[in-house]
Design a protein around this ligand. Structure first.
Ligand SMILES: Cc1cc2nc3c(=O)[nH]c(=O)nc-3n(C[C@H](O)[C@H](O)[C@H](O)COP(=O)(O)OP(=O)(O)OC[C@H]3O[C@@H](n4cnc5c(N)ncnc54)[C@H](O)[C@@H]3O)c2cc1C
Length: 413
């Protein structure tokens, strides 16, 4: 065993993946969370691992699309008025990222990570029981008209440019793949090599259990500050202080204060998202996740029931959830999949950690090699958790991670 002690702040998918990858290299690993493992965005997502996904959120035409959506009461996009002044600088950068040249670059840098996703997940789960929580039936996006399908032209061009495979589906293909869907869809896009985590919470908790079985440590700790010393780095709160050789900040949407203390002002904010759970009978109606391209929600058949995920809400980390929009999508979901139950079993809100260019922050802090950053995975943290873990382990070991990490620097904005 190496005598390097490493603490990971944040036990979501990214922190748990980094912990296992670092432990495999022989380091003494402590993973910590202020709550239970998987208390953040990693709990309630759609579970998709989309190999080669590369369309950033800021796409050409986003200003027009955004304004149109903000005017619609049931659209998937919303900004809380009280949060608007705070998010404005982020939104200005986001709009700047929607220029065609920037979109092409951001897509290339996203693809450089996501095209490793399925392999990284295999590496992480092979020879463990965790692979039982992964299904490999791909996923489809469906569109009710040729007109709505045409809105995918830019995103498809990015997939083509980056060599991500997909198939275009006809109405008949869609019915063949998912016979329980209503016959209202004209076109679809099928990515057959995508995977589904059928229970992201069980996956992350299983990863932490594996870490413990292999000699690692879990500690419930609400880290409030970080201090770099000459031969160590400390995490502190009002009651306790702990020293390590290295620290990995993987606190998702809550990572920014740690970076600020280290002199890095990262452009991190949160795109909040929601889910609504329906029964396991409803889950049995689909064999793979299906996204409604017209109403911007995903139905994922999960172990605990059918999960409807949706929405980008700009409201910061602390505002109370507003479940009205996600509930208002139930009629659209029943129109799409007529067999589903009316009754929700639970609702949830989570904070996606997002930067304006849709790229994560990966690598050493600007002013010290004792701290590494691994956060900002926006809509793709489940896809990218294990990829990130392997990159962080390579950096700590001094190995070449096999890609240029410049685009993911903390100080790029
Ligand atoms: C509705 C929705 C659907 C999504 N669907 C998908 C999908 O299908 N596929 C996909 O790839 N991605 C998806 N995502 C995105 C994905 O869920 C996130 O990118 C990912 O979970 C982020 O993981 P993380 O480990 O960085 O952060 P988190 O899971 O948020 O974990 C951060 C952890 O840090 C802890 N923490 C925070 N502050 C401190 C502190 N001071 N001290 C100690 N611990 C702290 C928190 O308690 C939390 O447990 C979706 C997200 C949402 C909201």
């Amino acid at each position: 065993m190496s005598d390097t002690s490493i603490a990971i702040v944040g036990a979501g998918i990214v922190g748990a993946s980094a912990a296992l990858a670092l432990q495999r290299d022989g380091h003494r690993v402590t993973i910590m969370d202020r709550q239970e493992p998987c208390a953040g965005a990693s709990f309630g997502n759609a579970g998709l691992i989309v190999n080669g996904s590369c369309a950033p959120t800021a796409m050409p035409g986003i200003v027009f699309d955004g304004l149109r959506m903000l005017g619609q009461p049931r659209s998937a996009l919303s900004v809380r008025p009280a949060y608007f002044p705070k998010i404005l600088p982020w939104l200005i950068r986001f709009v700047a990222e929607s220029r065609r040249t920037r979109v092409a670059q951001n897509a290339r840098h996203l693809h450089a990570l996501t095209n490793r996703a399925v392999n990284a997940w295999k590496q992480l789960t092979d020879n463990t029981d965790l692979h039982r929580l992964i299904e490999s039936n791909g996923w489809i996006k469906v569109y009710e008209s040729e007109r709505s399908f045409a809105t995918t032209r830019n995103a498809r061009a990015l997939l083509d440019d980056n060599g991500t495979p997909y198939e275009i589906l006809t109405a008949t293909d869609i019915q063949d793949l998912e016979p329980q869907l209503a016959p209202i869809f004209a076109r679809g896009i099928y990515q057959s090599d995508s995977l589904l985590l059928t229970n992201p919470d069980r996956m992350v908790r299983g990863m932490v259990d594996l870490l413990l079985q292999r000699g690692g440590t879990y500690k419930q700790f609400n880290a409030q500050s970080i201090e770099v010393e000459s031969d160590s780095v400390k995490l502190l709160n009002a009651d306790e202080s702990m020293s390590f050789d290295k620290i990995v900040i993987a606190a998702g949407a809550w990572s920014k204060p740690f970076c600020q203390q280290l002199g890095d002002n990262v452009a991190l904010d949160t795109e909040r998202g929601y889910h609504l759970m329906l029964s396991t009978d409803s889950s049995a109606l689909l064999t793979r996740p299906v996204m409604s391209g017209d109403s911007s929600f995903v139905l994922s058949p999960m172990e605990a029931g059918l999960r409807l995920t949706t929405q980008i809400e700009f409201a910061g980390l602390d505002a109370a959830p507003d479940y009205r929009r996600v509930r208002s999508l139930l009629p659209a979901a029943r129109r799409m999949l007529p067999g589903i139950d009316k009754a929700e079993t639970s609702v949830w809100m989570g904070c996606r950690p997002s930067l304006p260019d849709s790229l994560p922050v990966l690598g050493f802090a600007s002013n010290t090699r004792k701290v590494l950053y691994a956060f900002g995975h926006q809509h793709l943290g489940i896809t990218l958790g294990p990829v990130t873990g392997l990159i962080i382990a390579d950096l700590v070991a001094g190995r070449d991670p096999g890609l240029d990490l410049g685009p993911y620097r903390a100080d790029r904005f």
